[in-house]
Design a protein around this ligand. Structure first.
Ligand SMILES: Nc1ncnc2c1ncn2[C@@H]1O[C@H](COP(=O)(O)OP(=O)(O)OP(=O)(O)O)[C@@H](O)[C@H]1O
Ligand SMILES: [Mg+2]
Length: 445
């Protein structure tokens, strides 16, 4: 028999019920996903295309009502069918209010289940307005990189690159502003590829004193320098077979660059103080928020190393150039911190989300994550405008037809520039060509 195209997600903390439901649904050729907690259910919703949600109401921590509410807010195209062992008028009212389309009480017959499922699926087709339909999330990401959220074209291209490089050992350079997700991309490449069982070793080239970097990278032998009272492996040996992530590569000294180049060319490393080299076989992913090309021109970065590193080049655009990714990122962090701090799912008001969509995010995704985290802690069940810092609110754009007195226009412009630079007055004053003091005075007026 042909498999039906609908995917059904079933959520229940009772494994027997889950198995019974799955047995029945499979016998009608539906494809099923199972989750025993709401947390699991939400991540399945994020990563798969679901056509119907069937959920129990009473579950520990986050209950079915909250899940129903969350799904009707974020996945309005997915109909919601409730199964409960405790029927009550109040309960069913509450369920319908939170957005359920169907309600089935235990115990039920196989036939009753079938009727409810078919009816719920139908309700989806009939009742959905065109607008809702557009919001039905398709499969969230092009690839299967669970932590990476976003549907911008820029990210789509990056997913394609990851797909191509994850199983080979070509050297990769990831560039992008601070907080754009360079490390996350590096990890996704490693953990989605066939070397994922091997080590992923991150090294912050900017965090190790220059005098120690060489010993840290390549290891040392006993007596190599004062204090070296035994031999030690370096990061290269630790990452052998896997991935070495050289973060902030722009901060490595010319001497270290020379050693790195040799290691890359010859695929072998020599411990400090030793004359014997060791073969190594690993993938290097380097990352920087600096401009290596410019550094090459200025002579502070070796050109030959630059070319060695950029066999594959991944450029992560800043968040302000892929604002379409903002809602999904907000949703991801709302879920993460809602569960972490409040043991429940936290929503966001349309106004607050609108403000977040307009802001320019100089600190990129890391800044967005911090702001959502803080808002979740401060809010009362739902993130509202007042839970967001002022710097965000000032970014609101005003339509062009809004003619304003010069002074007011000036104030708004000042605030916009300020917000763009994360409220950094020094930077804003510099861009505006005025002193910090003048800026402060103008704002005070
Ligand atoms: N596409 C994404 N989807 C979900 N989370 C993301 C995404 N990109 C980045 N993040 C999250 O944003 C935060 C910052 O990412 P990451 O540390 O990888 O940035 P970075 O470019 O290495 O920053 P820095 O230059 O400051 O070191 C992390 O918590 C990461 O999980
Ligand atoms: Mg980083």
């Amino acid at each position: 028999m042909k498999l039906r195209k609908e995917n059904i997600l079933i959520v229940d903390d009772d494994l027997h019920i889950l198995e019974m439901l799955q047995r029945h649904l499979s016998s009608w050729n539906f494809h099923t996903y199972r989750a025993i907690t709401v947390k699991e259910a939400v991540s399945i919703l994020r990563d798969s295309r679901i056509d119907l949600l069937i959920t129990d109401l009473k579950m520990p921590k986050i209950d079915g009502y909250e899940l129903i509410k969350f799904v009707s807010e974020h996945y309005p195209g997915v109909p919601r069918l409730i199964i409960t062992g405790y029927p009550s008028v109040q309960g069913s009212l509450k369920a319908i209010k939170s957005g359920a389309v169907g309600y089935l009480t235990k115990p039920f017959t196989k036939e009753e289940l079938k009727t409810s499922v078919e009816k719920s699926l139908l309700s989806n087709n009939e009742a959905l307005t065109k607008k809702d339909r557009r919001q039905i999330p398709s499969k969230s990401n092009a690839g299967d990189f669970k932590d990476l959220v976003g549907k911008s074209n820029a990210l789509g291209r990056i997913f394609q690159i990851i797909e191509r490089v994850k199983d080979n050992k070509a050297t990769i350079l990831i560039t992008g502003e601070s907080g754009t997700g360079k490390e996350l991309i590096a990890r996704s490449i490693h953990y989605s590829g066939k070397y994922k069982q091997q080590a992923f070793v991150p090294v912050n080239c900017g965090g190790i004193p220059e005098s120690l970097l060489e010993a840290e990278l390549f290891g040392y032998v006993k007596g190599a320098f004062t204090g070296a009272d035994g031999a030690r492996d370096g990061f290269f040996q630790a990452a052998d077979g896997g991935t070495l992530f050289l973060d902030e590569i722009a901060n490595s000294s010319l001497a270290v660059q020379t050693r790195l180049l040799r290691a890359l060319q010859e695929k072998e490393v020599t411990k400090v103080g030793s004359r014997k080299s060791e073969k190594i076989d690993l993938r290097i992913i380097a990352a920087t928020n600096g401009n290596l090309k410019e550094m090459v021109q200025k002579g502070s970065f070796r050109e030959d190393l630059y070319y060695r590193l950029t066999v594959v080049d991944i450029e992560l655009p800043p968040l302000r150039e892929r604002k379409i990714d903002i809602p999904r990122l907000v949703e991801k962090f709302l879920f993460k911190y809602g569960v972490e701090y409040k043991d429940r799912l936290i929503g966001i008001s349309p106004e607050a989300l609108e403000i977040m969509k307009r802001y320019n995010w100089p600190g990129n995704i890391r800044e967005l994550e911090n702001i959502v985290q803080r808002a979740v802690i401060m809010c009362d069940g739902r993130v509202e405008t007042e839970n967001l810092p002022d710097a965000l609110k000032y970014t609101i754009d005003f339509p062009d037809e809004d003619f304003l007195p010069l002074r007011e226009q000036e104030t708004r412009y000042l605030r916009k520039v300020l917000a763009h630079y994360g409220n950094n007055k020094t930077k804003a004053a510099e861009i505006l060509g005025i002193t910090r003091k003048t800026l402060r005075e103008k704002l005070k007026q």
